[in-house]
Design a protein around this ligand. Structure first.
Ligand SMILES: NC(=O)c1ccc[n+]([C@@H]2O[C@H](COP(=O)([O-])OP(=O)(O)OC[C@H]3O[C@@H](n4cnc5c(N)ncnc54)[C@H](OP(=O)(O)O)[C@@H]3O)[C@@H](O)[C@H]2O)c1
Length: 378
């Protein structure tokens, strides 16, 4: 049967899509394990790919070949890049730094750079940017990397949403990070909080009440655009925004939204959001890809994605660890992915994506990874 596919010409029509796709995955799996042939163009085109369930039975061999090639390329994507709509490249896989404590985070970043990571996700509110900056500085000074080799993200905290405070908020981060610019600056959350000082992230009122600040995110966005003009960030984006909030920004944006960084994993698949972003040429960045087992409000009763029997079973079949499988789950769907770890062996292991045999969207759906319980506490 496979011979038939090989002989098929571009433009031929196939009728049994799922069977053919499986055979193609198997075939490319073999290629993948012997030679890592990655087409940069395919990686760049990943966000434009149709999802499998969008391909109808009239889909042509050419369409399927393009899809499969790109999936395989993404699986081989150590240090491969996606491209924002402004043309700027971003490594698909990055290291997260939320909850990475001072005393741990410097070593984590240096280990990651040595392992090959070039994309790092941080935020002012993680309260570790000084040490994160020390790690970049040391690796640049000792010649391991150049600044331009690194893709560095940080985020505007909610107390800096007023337009007159936006540049100040970024400059606080730049100073701590010892950088002249970041590669990506995100509005961390759509809701503003009243400013009560740089060291007060969550101010409370006299009666302990939450002090929201009533600023429309579109006003904050206009001030974010000025940071691009000034060269303080190369790209800008949002995080934790709803579709409606993004639509509001799109109505006034002169600089494109590069990405929406959202929680995304098999227990919280963001299909509506990911479809929307794809239609607007906005990349998805998946945060908490392992379900954030170390989140401060985790409950013992919550399922642990890394320990989930379905995840473990599929990972076993693919010759990879649950963590590698959960990362592949994002990359094969064209999402940027930023798992966090401060453990050197895990940092290295999470980056070794050439090990798992390719995971396709077909696997994801057939093995019902989407059927995992959605009961993680939020
Ligand atoms: N924009 C936002 O609002 C937002 C919100 C949440 C997260 N984020 C970003 O996304 C990043 C990742 O999300 P997250 O930190 O919530 O959680 P996560 O990446 O889903 O999970 C991190 C946890 O998984 C553990 N871990 C990592 N690799 C592992 C492996 N191979 N095997 C077993 N355990 C492993 C880590 O342990 P060790 O560290 O002890 O190794 C840590 O406990 C954050 O760090 C942050 O940069 C952004």
């Amino acid at each position: 049967m496979y011979e038939g596919i090989k002989k098929a010409k571009s433009g031929d029509v196939i009728t049994d899509r799922s069977k053919e796709m499986e055979r193609w995955v198997e075939h490319y799996s073999e290629l993948f394990t012997t030679e890592n042939t990655v087409s940069e163009e395919a990686i760049n085109n990943i966000s434009a790919l149709p999802a499998l369930d969008e391909l109808d039975t009239e889909s042509t061999i050419a369409e399927l070949e393009k899809t499969i090639n790109s999936l395989i390329d993404v699986m081989a994507s150590r240090n491969k890049y996606a491209t924002f709509s402004n043309g700027i490249k971003v490594p698909l896989l990055g290291l997260g730094t939320w909850k990475s404590k001072p005393g741990e985070v410097k070593n984590a970043i240096k280990t990651a750079i040595d392992a090959g990571y070039r994309h790092f996700d941080g935020a002012f509110s993680y309260e570790n940017e000084k040490e994160v900056g020390n790690a970049y500085h040391e690796k640049i000074t000792d010649g391991t990397v150049k600044r331009e080799d690194l893709f560095i993200t940080t985020k505007l905290w909610a107390t800096y949403h007023r337009p007159e405070r936006v540049e100040y908020g970024l400059r606080l981060s730049l100073k701590a990070l010892q950088l002249d610019y970041v590669d990506l600056y995100l509005i961390h959350t759509p809701m503003g909080i009243q400013y009560k000082g740089d060291d007060v992230l969550f101010p409370n009122g006299e009666n302990g009440e939450f002090l929201a600040d009533d600023i429309c995110p579109t006003e904050t966005w206009k001030a974010m655009e000025k940071l691009v003009e000034k060269g303080l960030t190369k790209s800008i984006g949002v995080s934790n925004f709803t579709i409606r909030q993004m639509e509001d920004i799109l109505k006034i944006a002169k600089v494109p939204i590069a990405t929406n960084q959202v929680e995304n994993h098999p227990c919280l698949d963001q299909k509506e959001m990911t479809d929307f972003c794809k239609s607007k040429n906005i990349l998805i960045t998946s945060y908490s890809p392992f379900g954030s087992p170390d989140r401060p409000w985790a409950s013992d009763k919550d399922p642990n994605l890394l320990e989930d029997p379905v995840v473990k079973e599929i990972a076993g079949g693919k010759g990879c660890t649950p963590g590698q499988l959960l990362i592949a789950y994002h990359l094969c769907q064209g999402f940027l992915c930023i798992p966090k770890s401060v453990t050197p062996s895990r940092i290295q292991q999470n980056f070794q994506l050439e090990k798992p045999r390719p995971l396709s969207l077909l696997d994801v759906r057939r093995r019902q990874i989407y059927g995992l319980p959605r009961t993680i506490s939020r």
